[in-house]
Design a protein around this ligand. Structure first.
Ligand code: ZN
Length: 583
């Protein structure tokens, strides 16, 4: 187990684990471990190569892509000099694209292809599996090795972890995960944190880092000198989902087996259709849990990229998202000292993208998700993975720890003493969070300051607590008890629509209840009754839902200050609410 390299005490534990992995490979294949990668494995054909293109500004990028649409171009290939505004593109292009660039008079420099070595080396190693031990830490694991390794962890550390599957890919490959937490078979009043990676199949470094993290947490739990690890495993529930796109990984492609870019496949706050099964599975898993903080790993740049991606408007949680991103970048010196100021960037400021995972997670769940761009080289030689782990280990630990920063606590009912399904709203911050109904616990990441929190729950009187002080880096604990509301319970069988915040700027969130499954139309109109923006025109299940309106019309232009109406139609039923945009 060369991963250990003498840095981690408790080598005996590492040997036990190695034996367990070997046995798992020899005796009991994990579910779905028939490794379709072996059957489908083919040597990669490198039809493209990396180049450097220097442009004067962003407008020139748009013109270039209109003139010569570069098929593999992604925003990970884009760098902007913060001083001069000069833009550098580092895409992979084909010979045909190179000819078109030349014909269009656009200069480029061909670069050494540092990704070839990593890809070829990984593929050569896969060809030797399964005669080789699962040494995942200094080589890229096969898809099957992720499953067998997690199964072996569950056998070796049954009180610290459990495996799970969050679905199957287009080609039927298992999407494996591992929950690391003391007492992993039950949930507790502790923050759930999701760490996932490699929805772009050709960006596998984050996947390896998450495999390393699982090993590191399990092997070092309870060991002297690893009190930070023990505390994380005791007080957090960590969901590790290392490979989001196994079909793409095995094919060496960014896209999934249907040719779809999974990081453009999520519903944006403005709408959008999900077309890929991996996306559906991921959304189901995210909504079935109550994640507080998460990240998704990518490659091609070295930066923490936080929402929004789809709009230049800042989220109501901008300060907390920056601090959370800094928790990662501060411990990763190449990232902190790299291209981006302090190693972090707002998504849209870097490059606007619609349908990204982090935007969906932010508006559709209570979780703050940040995109981890883990290195300029998407698929470096495996000999570098050890150094990359050194750069990311402390960052990952500190990132998980931050799920308790700001305010957290438990909301219970005064009459029953039981935990409540409650909403926690911070004045001046448009994104409320809800409690985990099973335990009543909530987590609201906030920067250092003083805040007013309001707690609401169906059937209970609202409670406002002013002057709650927070210091980033130290959790503030605020447990509250709500009194029953003596007034009659509102009829939940009718269509309802509310907006928060209202008045608002720049975003408001429309929460609505539909009493039965059906076609829902939700739109914003001006005072003359003219359509400003359609927010939903889709079939929805009975229950509560919400959409965000960013004050923009269908064309994306900001609306003027004033009064608007949001109207929800479900069959013949209709409900409207007044919105006030204040600038
Ligand atoms: Zn990516």
């Amino acid at each position: 187990m060369t991963l250990l390299r003498g840095r981690i005490p408790g080598l005996a534990g590492g040997l036990v684990c190695l034996l367990a992995v070997g046995m798992a490979l020899a005796e009991t294949p994990a579910p779905g471990s028939d490794n379709p990668g072996q059957a489908l494995w083919q040597p990669a054909v490198f039809a493209d190569f990396p180049v450097r293109i220097e442009l004067t500004d962003r407008a020139a990028v748009t013109r270039l892509l209109e003139t010569v649409p570069l098929a593999a171009f992604s925003r990970e290939d884009l760098r902007t000099d913060p001083v001069t505004g000069q833009v550098i593109l580092l895409p992979r292009i084909t010979e045909a694209e190179a000819r078109r660039l030349t014909a269009a008079g656009i200069a480029f420099t061909r670069l050494t292809d540092l990704e070839q070595a990593g890809r070829r080396q990984a593929e050569a190693a896969w060809a030797l599996v399964p005669t080789k031990d699962a040494q995942i830490w200094t080589a890229y694991p096969t898809h099957a090795q992720i499953g067998t390794t997690f199964a072996a962890y569950q056998d070796s550390f049954p009180t610290l972890c459990r495996t799970f599957s969050w679905g199957q890919t287009v080609l039927g490959r298992e999407l494996w995960g591992l929950v690391v937490s003391a007492d992993p078979q039950t949930t507790a009043a502790e923050p759930e944190v999701r760490l996932s990676s490699s929805m772009h199949g050709d960006e596998p470094v984050g996947m390896v880092m998450l495999m390393n993290l699982a090993e590191y947490l399990l092997e070092n739990y309870g060991e002297p000198g690893f009190e930070d690890v023990t505390s994380l495993v005791d007080n957090y529930e960590i969901h590790i989902m290392p490979l989001h796109n196994p079909d793409g990984y095995i094919a060496g492609t960014r896209v999934n087996a249907n040719g779809a870019d999974l990081n453009r496949n999520y519903p944006a706050p403005t709408g959008g259709q999900v077309s890929q099964i991996e996306t559906t599975h991921f959304m189901d898993y995210a909504q079935a849990h109550h994640f507080v903080v998460s990240l998704n790993g990518h490659g091609g740049a070295l930066v923490m990229n936080y929402p929004w991606d789809y709009t230049f408007a800042l989220t109501p949680d901008d300060a907390a998202l920056q601090l959370l991103s800094l928790e990662y970048s501060t411990w990763n010196l190449p990232m902190y000292n790299g291209w981006f100021d302090q190693g972090i960037t707002n998504g849209a400021e870097w490059y606007v993208a619609t349908g990204t995972l982090q935007d969906w997670v932010y508006y559709a769940t209570d979780c703050l998700d940040v995109t981890l761009e883990i290195g300029d080289i998407k698929w470096p030689a495996a000999t570098q993975l050890d150094d990359v782990w050194d750069d990311n280990r402390e960052s990952l630990l500190h990132y998980v720890k931050a799920a308790r920063y700001g305010v957290n606590g438990v909301v219970t009912a005064e009459d029953t003493g039981l935990p409540l399904d409650a909403m926690v709203t911070v004045f001046g911050n448009g994104e409320s969070v809800s409690t985990d109904p099973a335990h009543g616990d909530y987590y609201k990441l906030l920067p250092t300051g003083s805040f007013e929190l309001t707690f609401t729950a169906d059937g209970y009187l609202p409670l406002t607590v002013p002057g709650v002080s927070t210091v980033w880096g130290t959790p503030t604990v605020l447990d509250v008890t709500l009194e029953p509301d003596p007034s009659p319970v509102p009829d939940l069988r009718v269509v309802q629509l509310t907006a928060r915040p209202n008045p608002f700027n720049p975003l408001t969130r429309l929460d609505f209840t539909v009493p039965r499954t059906g076609r829902v139309h939700l739109a914003v109109y001006d005072v003359q009754g003219r359509l400003v923006r359609t927010l939903a025109r889709t079939d929805l299940e009975a229950g509560t839902h919400h959409r965000v309106w960013d004050g923009r019309n269908e064309a994306g232009s900001p609306s003027a200050s004033g009064i608007y109406f949001a109207r929800l139609d479900l069959g013949a039923e209709s409900v409207a609410t007044k919105l006030m945009l204040v600038k």
